[in-house]
Design a protein. Sequence first.
Length: 99
Amino acid sequence: MLMKLKRFFYRGKDTLFHKVAVSESGASVYVFYFLLAASVFVMLNISLSIVLFGVLLDYIDVYAVLMIAYLLLFLLTLLFRKRILRALQSFIKYSLIKS
């Protein structure tokens, strides 16, 4: 079973999956979505704790840091938007080919 998985991922360097997975744009998309998901998860946890327990004063500095992180993420998105869009197009083409 492991050999089948290994052959699937390493069957050739010319496959689209390999090109997307090891490309710089693919890595930037992975990092972008990881940061976005992590920040949304933290924001939802803080908001839920505020709603449930009414605690706001302890989290004001966390909100400030998260807002700065969102602004930096937005600026990075604007800076690398062409690269991210190209990588997303590659992901969409790969998913359409595989389906």
